[in-house]
Design a binder for this molecule. Structure first.
Ligand code: FAD
Ligand code: DHB
Length: 398
């Protein structure tokens, strides 16, 4: 075994959860090592989320990684819900007492975090192989991995499983410990990134006879658009022209025109709700997508991952400052309260805005009544706005 290494917190995965945790721990004076099986380039190019809650923006800013976000990100104070060919604005600023969201791509957040980690001597090992976790049911956890054919071992006090839904940490917990809660949706999203000026200043969530559509963006020149599709949709059947045609049809509204442009990237994403309980076992803590997945409607996945590690980092801070494990022991309980509220919101947005293959005429009238209510009642709109900008995080950010 080459290079036996030692750290306080061993982190598996350099996504938003792993990198935010690692940098927060650095700011608290706690040592960590991150192992990631992809290359830095791959992680920094992977197109995913784009909407940051106010709390996520505030945390990244306080962590000192918000400079580029502040100049390049787009602040939005509302979204449009479009149905029956008409748009209805949900005014976040008015409904939440001044809060908003930030449009800034997940991979840009990751670039900023990687740069901050590199500048402060952070240890993030990319392109490692055969990662495995051991000993977390006792007091000597280890992470093993291979790099360039050599085996390595990191001994640590704790392990943070930030390795996403398909990672190895969750399956390493003995069977019978975790309870899984799952809901699959009978549809997916076909997403494109296009070199096209966004046709609206704010996001548009559309309910249409032919299915849901979403207009989002990344920059003032790049649009991000989604269409509800079959869960196993074959992207090869979607020529660019067909995608634009369908987007025009679903997003149509009087006096409004969708701007087209070159399609830079396209793909299909499945939709599911998933939670495991508890989110910890011994000295292994799960955070982000390794513990839960939300359907994308409402843009909560990345934000929830960040909220988890904020709680977890505080637990480590308390432990290393005082030797007490109270917060660490309550990590799962604290994190899950938020997880379930965010699950509820994401499920609700998804159910309100998509066509279901097995729906009956009653369901459809009910969906339209829900949209009518949300856009017509200040109380209902306030509920949407409060959840969309992000539920309050307990305590100060750092
Ligand atoms: P991940 O980002 O999945 O990171 C896990 C990391 O672990 C990865 O880098 C992976 O390579 C690594 N890893 C996996 N296995 C191993 C292993 N065995 N060893 C070492 N490393 C490993 N969320 C939002 O909030 N807003 C949005 O607008 C939004 N849009 C989305 C659009 C799409 C198309 C998709 C797919 C997701 C979207 N999400 C969105 C969800 C969001 O991207 C995820 O919730 C977020 O990435 C979760 O972060 P994470 O760090 O928990 O997991
Ligand atoms: C985006 C993704 C979402 O899931 C959403 O609800 C809003 C925006 C996006 O990728 O821009």
């Amino acid at each position: 075994m080459a290079n036996p290494q030692r750290t306080q917190v061993g982190i598996v995965g350099a996504g938003p959860a792993g990198l935010v945790l690692s940098h927060l721990l650095y700011l608290y004076g706690i040592d960590s090592i991150v192992v990631e099986n992809r290359s830095r380039q791959y992680v920094e190019d992977r197109v995913r989320a784009g909407v940051l809650e106010q709390g996520t923006v505030d945390l990244l800013t306080e962590m000192g990684v918000g400079e580029r976000m502040k100049t390049e990100g787009l602040i939005h104070y509302g979204i449009e819900l479009r149905f029956g060919g008409r748009g209805h604005r949900i005014d976040f600023k008015d409904l939440t007492g001044g809060k908003g969201i930030m449009i800034y791509a997940q991979h840009e957040v990751l670039k900023d975090l990687n740069n901050a980690r590199a500048a402060t001597g952070g240890q993030v090992y990319f392109e490692v192989e055969d990662v495995s976790v051991h000993g977390f049911d006792g007091c000597r956890p280890t992470i093993r991995y291979k790099k360039d054919g050599n085996s390595h071992e990191i001994s640590c006090d704790f392990i943070a499983g930030c390795d996403g839904f398909h990672g190895i940490c969750r399956p390493s917990i003995p069977s019978g410990v975790l309870t899984e809660y799952v809901r699959e949706y009978p549809f997916g999203w076909l997403g494109i990134l296009a070199e096209a000026r966004p046709s609206s200043e704010e996001l548009i969530y559309t309910y249409h006879d032919r299915g849901f559509a979403l207009l989002s963006m990344r920059t003032p020149r790049i649009s991000r658009l989604y269409l509800q599709c079959k869960p196993d949709e074959d992207i090869a059947l979607w020529e660019d022209e067909r995608i634009w045609q369908e987007l025009h049809t679903r997003l149509t509204s009087d006096g409004w025109k969708l701007t087209e442009g070159e399609i830079l990237q396209k793909g299909v994403t499945g939709m599911r709700s998933f939670v495991v309980e508890p989110m910890q076992y011994g000295r292994l803590f799960l955070a982000g997508d390794s513990a839960h997945i939300v359907p994308p409607t409402g843009a909560k996945g990345l934000n929830l991952a960040v909220a988890d590690v904020r709680v977890l980092a505080r637990g480590f801070k308390e432990f290393y400052a005082t030797g007490r494990r109270d917060l660490l022991d309550s990590y799962s309980e604290i994190a899950l309260r938020r997880v379930w509220k965010v699950q509820r919101f994401s499920w609700w947005m998804t159910s309100m805005l998509h066509r279901f293959p097995d729906e009956n005429p009653f369901d459809r009238r009910r969906q339209l009544a829900e949209l009518d209510y949300v856009t017509g009642s200040r109380a209902a709109a306030k509920t949407l706005a409060e959840n969309y900008v992000g539920l309050k995080l307990p305590g100060r950010h750092l």
